[in-house]
Design a protein around this ligand. Structure first.
Ligand code: ATP
Ligand code: MG
Length: 464
């Protein structure tokens, strides 16, 4: 965070200073996990259901926190506010307002926000100090937390923006207004909360509505609901995609045996060949969006293309492809799942699995609401159409198998695994060299399957 006195922080947040010297200064980052605190930082205490951050106030101050921002007096130097989350938002708003040289980039979409945020971060870091922390810090807590990571030397701030309803993105842009806004795609993610893809588009489009006239909207030309957002912004628009209307375009897309795309990056400033190191055809769109941002920031086309060839996966469990010593390749894409990202992952499995046996372990996709059954069936159908050899549906993901069964030509093996242990057994039971295994599902429990495949690999590595 920029340097601020406790007095200033109290004024900005409407808080009350307690046990503190008003002139004492916060010189370090803002943290809500006392273990992450650095000397001079500000500790924000939240009274959560399970853990009360205020109980860690003393630990935080011992670790060097200059003060504690919380909803009650902890006996430590601090600022007491009615609502720490609101205080964090106000603080972030004022702090970013004091960095006029900073370029703020915001991005949203149904799938690929974290992935693309990481790519944008890796590109912009070549131009100057960039804040784009790993992970999915896209909500009313993570967003202001990320904003507060920017400091006097920061040139670019890249912000992931999530929405579970109308007004959520507008709330975030009210905290820090991006000058460059990227909308990746509108799919069925969190559709249970929105009711329809149109509802999702309304909510995500709040990002481009907030952009200033001198700003830039980067819109996916290949996604009609995103392309239509051009009419909702006063900013300049750059369309990215494979369609002819895209100003920043990929042509001649090919995939290699590892499912990595190569393409020609075509821009108004010239063209250059790109060869990606990350897996999945969907990375074409993600990297085009990143390219548009880097071009806007002043990077020459040839440099953008070269840099795209070096971007990697920063946040874990997203298209993490690894080879085990036994010759099995694993795609750990288990961070989260919705029908669009599962489709992308299945296509990556098919690309990587050319001439090899393919196994897909699909866990439950959360937050689909009334589309829950059909969403699972759809991905099962696609898995069958792509010719997946063994399809393991875990627990509530069972409708995946109904979808697969509806493709009469499918000759693969369906397995209904009652739980994660059964799924692990179904996969590890007879793995053969050359197999490719995709692990995909919504979070925690699916991770167990991916971790079992990692642990097996590690065990092989140490055995004589
Ligand atoms: N353009 C894309 N289209 C479809 N799937 C994608 C795309 N980009 C990434 N994915 C996949 O979507 C999943 C989630 O990726 P990521 O975490 O980057 O998305 P996110 O939008 O940040 O998700 P969340 O809403 O959980 O924050 C991963 O499995 C990833 O491989
Ligand atoms: Mg994310």
């Amino acid at each position: 965070m920029i340097r601020m006195t406790l007095d200033e922080i109290a004024a900005v947040t409407g808080g009350r200073l307690v046990n503190a010297d008003p002139a004492a200064t916060v010189t370090g980052p803002v943290e809500y996990d006392s273990r992450a605190l650095l000397p001079g930082g500000l500790f924000v205490a939240f009274a959560g259901e399970k853990v009360d951050g205020h109980d860690y106030a003393a630990t935080a101050v011992e670790a060097g926190a200059a003060a504690v921002l919380g909803s009650r007096d902890t006996g430590q130097p601090g600022i007491v506010v009615a609502e720490p989350l609101e205080a964090l938002a106000k603080l972030a708003h004022v702090a970013v307002g004091r960095l006029p040289e900073l370029t703020v980039v915001g991005l949203t979409g149904s799938s690929g926000k974290t992935t693309t945020k990481d790519y944008i971060g890796q590109l912009l870091a070549r131009l100057g100090p960039t804040v784009a922390p790993a992970g999915s810090l896209n909500n009313e807590l993570g967003f202001p937390y990320t904003v507060l990571k920017a400091t006097t030397g920061t040139r670019f701030l890249v912000l992931e923006m999530g929405a579970r309803g109308i007004g959520h993105i507008a709330h975030l842009t009210g905290i820090a207004a991006p000058r460059i806004g990227v909308v990746l795609n509108i799919g069925a993610a969190h559709i249970g909360e929105f009711g329809s893809v149109e509802g999702t588009a309304r909510a995500k489009g709040e990002l481009v509505e907030s952009l200033p006239a001198e700003g830039l909207a980067v819109l996916n030309a290949d996604d009609p609901l995103v392309a239509a957002m051009a009419s909702r912004t006063q900013a300049r628009v750059v369309r990215v995609g494979e369609s002819a209307q895209a100003g920043v375009r990929a042509t001649d897309v090919t995939l290699d045996e590892r499912g990595r795309a190569a393409y020609t990056l075509v821009t108004p400033a010239g063209s250059a060949p790109v060869r990606l190191a990350v897996t999945g055809r969907h990375q074409v769109g993600n990297t085009l969006a990143a390219a548009a941002v880097a071009l806007e920031a002043g990077m020459p086309v040839a440099d953008v293309a070269a840099a795209l060839g070096e971007v990697g996966i920063v946040s874990s469990r997203r298209m993490d492809v690894f080879d085990r010593p036994d010759g099995v390749t694993v795609i750990d894409d288990s961070y989260n799942a919705n029908p669009s990202s599962t489709a992308a992952a299945l296509r990556a499995l098919a690309a990587l699995g050319e001439g090899r046996r393919t196994i897909a372990v699909l866990g439950y996709m959360a937050e689909l609401g009334e589309y829950e059954t059909s969403g699972h069936q759809d991905v099962g159908r696609l898995a069958a159409e792509l010719g997946v050899d063994r399809l393991v549906a875990v627990a509530q993901a069972a409708p995946v198998l109904d979808g697969a069964a509806s493709i009469p030509e499918w000759k693969g093996e369906p397995i209904a695994a009652a739980d994660q242990a059964a799924a692990i057994a179904a996969v590890t039971g007879d793995l053969r060299p050359g197999d490719v295994v995709l692990v995909k599902g919504s979070r925690y429990r699916t991770w167990e399957v991916a971790d079992a495949l990692r642990a097996d690999a590690a065990a092989e590595e140490v055995s004589p």
